[in-house]
Write a protein that binds this ligand. Structure first.
Ligand code: IPM
Ligand code: MG
Length: 356
């Protein structure tokens, strides 16, 4: 029996996670999933209840679990808090504490949604790209950091830092994933300007020697952004640092029609994982029953595939999502002109119905 920590978080987090839980309940009842759920607090709602965006209790329970399912964190009401108390710090703290260095962000275009993409259909049809983002290092965590006063004016500082071992381990993740796909890794950096990226490129070359069956190429991040919107199908696996991966994965998400479709996995060296949609807490639409729960539901499928070794049930969830899209059901974000949009709850119910 696997034990899963459920952390809905803030904003739309609660609504979308509730739909994923319906899917888990159904698989527990009808397909012997055997998932035991414990619930915890993170982000702004954790701060409101406990004074911390990452309560000790959440960390303790996380360490006893097999995986984490997370909704989203953040909201305007917490933006003025001291930096260490902000919701995002809860999420970043959890990633760091569990050493979830390998963040997999697949961007797959469902053929039914080709019309929802902001790009022409021929450019995106068949898109199947995997962004592998380093998640616990780089400028997100580098020291020194802060806002000081220097020479009589305010001075902001962050540091982009990587040890070679941190680059090597994310490199190995990317090459191993590429071995199961089209065997091509494109490493994204800014080695023409940044020393930390020069090292990144060198280490990627070294790691690639262990994977003679995989082709390695390098691209500068500005060009990568351009190529993603120009000819995204040229990529198989993209591997990159924390900040570049944050930006490029939102960009890749839009190619698939909506950021509301993309799940993610964040893994440590033992394949313990945290699974979450890549979108944020969308406070502007929270509580309105219009958010797309599919990214969260698909995150459960990733959990079954990458951490729990239940590939058949992962396939089943993905097939159910496909069925619902085939049936023409769309939340507002993926609806084309003329489609009637359904709500968050109904989308969850439709997926559950398609599972049976
Ligand atoms: C993401 C999010 C987070 C990040 C935020 C919420 C801290 O944008 O998972 O991409 O920047 O990593
Ligand atoms: Mg992001």
């Amino acid at each position: 029996m696997s034990k899963i920590l459920v952390l809905p978080g803030d904003g739309i987090g609660k609504e979308i996670v509730a739909q994923a839980l319906k899917v888990i309940d159904s698989l527990n009842a009808n397909n012997n999933l055997g998932m035991n759920l414990v619930h915890g607090l993170i982000g702004g709602s954790a701060y409101d209840e406990t004074g911390s965006p990452l309560p000790q209790e959440t960390l303790k329970v996380a360490k006893e679990c097999d995986s984490i399912l997370l909704g989203a964190v953040g909201g305007h009401q917490w933006e003025a808090l001291d930096r260490p108390l902000r919701p995002e710090r809860g999420l970043l703290g959890l990633r760091a504490e569990m050493d979830l260095f390998s963040n997999l962000r697949p961007a797959i275009l469902y053929p039914q949604l080709a019309a929802a993409s902001s790009l022409k259909e021929e450019i995106v049809s068949g898109l199947d790209l995997m962004i592998v983002r380093e998640l616990v290092g780089g400028i997100y965590f580098g020291e020194p950091r802060g806002i000081e006063v220097k020479d009589g004016q305010r001075f902001g500082i962050n540091s982009a830092t990587y040890f070679e071992s941190e680059i090597a381990r994310i490199g190995h993740s990317a090459f191993q994933i590429a071995q199961k796909r089209d065997k091509r890794v494109c490493s994204v950096d800014k080695a023409n300007v940044l020393e930390v990226c020069e090292l990144w490129r060198e280490v990627m070359e070294e790691v690639s020697k262990d994977y003679p069956d995989v082709e390695l190429s390098h691209i500068y991040v500005d060009n990568a952004a351009m190529q993603l919107v120009k000819a995204p199908k040229q990529f198989d696996v993209m591997v990159t640092s924390n900040l570049f991966g944050d930006v490029l994965s939102d960009c890749a998400a839009m190619l698939t029609g909506s950021i509301g479709m993309l799940p993610s996995a964040s893994l440590n060296k033992d394949n313990f994982g945290m699974y979450e949609p890549i979108h944020g807490s969308a406070p502007d639409i929270a509580g309105k029953d219009i958010a797309n729960p599919l990214a969260t539901i698909l995150s459960v499928a990733m959990m079954l595939r990458y951490s729990l070794n239940q590939t058949d049930l992962a396939d089943k969830i993905e097939a159910a999502v496909n069925t619902v899209l085939d049936q023409g059901y769309r939340t507002g974000d993926i609806a084309a002109d003329g489609d009637t949009a359904i709500g968050t709850e109904e989308m969850g119910d439709r997926v559950v119905a398609a599972l049976k």
